[in-house]
Design a protein around this ligand. Structure first.
Ligand SMILES: Cc1ncc(COP(=O)(O)O)c(C=O)c1O
Length: 408
């Protein structure tokens, strides 16, 4: 009844990309290849509890007070040093680092800063569903750039830029892309910055999976090639430590960081003290890099298991990505298969298996024959069992294909 009072940008007719993404799967033998969940067995619960106690005890009552928008200085110094050592970004100081409520808030703030109704932005197609949900709210005109095995199709991007020089923002997940798992080549990273300088746009480089490489060599970040302060480097503690503290961080040029900070002030006033001080204390008293190595050992085994199991179980000719890190594989099925209806009608009720259908990852939700499968949140046994179930799901879809075509 009050809908006519909502802001005009609120689209009540279109379902949010993030709501109802996963059907209930309450069966005793359920398997979820759905969300991008870390393996909770490896959360360092004991060390984080000690860090929480340390964070509170250092300040006692003051710990529960309002704090400032910057967050702990020592944590930002650590992240500045990490950005230089591991991301190849030169001359970063604690003042260049901004803490955010997860990487998700970083994306949302960048959308708010750069996108107004109808403004042109480019995204990889497919792209991270949560980023599209954040962008959707600011009503961009999307330009979609296809993905290749070594990252975004840069030639296609340049021809789109020639036709649409009004594009102001490009969002990319260059390392172990969500959802495809692909990593952008070094050459493309350099070329992207050249394009940004030439066609005057900003790049949001979103890297929550960057530290989780299980095979191959690390590559420098896109930000490391930035000559004009056009690249915003965004990362998060969610996948390498815990998502529960909602702590992300970004490195941006002073003019961009100042505006993002103003927007964050208006959104939530501060970086919550207790989560940020807990992470600060954890890092000061533990070896985060060793923890990441432990994660990598486990996730490497899971990735290799899932790759083998997918190859064994998927019908010949099915396209499946082969990531070197991160959390996801991407599968492309026969163009006539609709993976959304397959999920709700067959995969969950018959096989008790969840995956994420491809339509969520496209601005227009129009590509239906793909799926993202996560391997980090399942056990090795669940990965093997789940891939066998996936085979049964796909077989059932293929059996009903002629019927489907007739119905069309
Ligand atoms: C590519 C990408 N960016 C950002 C996020 C948001 O993560 P968080 O807000 O937990 O840091 C995710 C979470 O899955 C992601 O996959």
């Amino acid at each position: 009844m009050l809908e006519n009072l909502f802001a005009s940008r609120i689209d009540i007719k279109t379902k949010s990309r993030l709501v109802g993404l996963f059907p209930d799967n309450n069966f005793a033998d359920n398997i979820s290849f759905g969300g991008g969940c870390p393996d909770e067995q490896l959360f360092p619960a004991k060390e984080l509890t000690a860090a929480y106690q340390d964070a509170v005890c250092r300040q006692m009552n003051h710990a529960f007070q309002y704090h400032d928008i910057k967050g702990p200085e020592r944590l930002r110094e650590y992240l500045a040093a990490r950005a230089q050592a591991k991301m190849g970004i030169s001359k970063v100081t604690a003042d260049d680092v901004m803490l955010t409520a997860g990487g998700q808030q970083g994306i949302e703030l960048v959308a708010k800063l750069f996108i107004g109704k109808g403004d042109a932005m480019a995204v990889e197609a497919p792209s991270y569903v949560g980023a599209l949900a954040a962008f959707d709210a600011y009503e961009p005109t999307y330009y979609q750039i296809g993905m290749e095995n070594d990252g975004v199709n840069i030639d296609q991007f340049e021809s789109i830029l020639k036709k649409h020089p009004e594009i102001k923002l490009f969002y990319t997940v260059p390392d172990f892309h969500n959802p495809t798992g692909v990593t952008m080549s070094l050459k493309k990273r350099e070329r992207l910055v050249e394009l940004a300088n030439k066609y005057d746009f900003v790049i949001l480089e979103d890297t929550p999976y960057r530290d989780l490489r299980y095979h191959g060599q690390d590559l420098p970040s896109i930000k490391s090639f930035d000559t004009e302060g056009r690249v915003i480097f965004l990362s998060s503690f969610s996948k390498i430590l815990t998502p529960a503290f909602r702590l992300g961080w970004l490195v941006a040029s002073p003019e961009i960081k100042e505006q993002l900070t103003n927007l964050k002030l208006a959104e939530d006033l501060e970086v919550p003290y207790i989560p940020s001080a807990t992470v600060d204390s954890y890092i000061a008293n533990n070896d985060l890099d060793q923890h990441i190595e432990d994660l990598k050992d486990l996730y490497r085994a899971k990735l290799d298991t899932m790759y083998r199991a997918l190859k064994q179980n998927l019908p010949a000719g099915t396209k499946v990505s082969h990531p070197e890190g991160g959390f996801f594989f991407w599968i492309e099925l026969d163009p006539e298969i609709d993976t959304t209806s397959l999920l709700w009608k067959q995969s969950v009720p018959d096989q008790h298996l969840i995956y994420v259908p491809s339509e969520s990852f496209y601005p227009n939700r129009d590509i239906k024959n793909g799926m993202r499968v996560n391997f980090t949140g399942s056990t090795i046994k669940q990965i093997n069992d789940g891939c066998r179930r996936l085979r049964a799901v796909i077989d059932s879809a293929e059996i009903s294909l002629p019927e489907l075509s007739l119905a069309i």
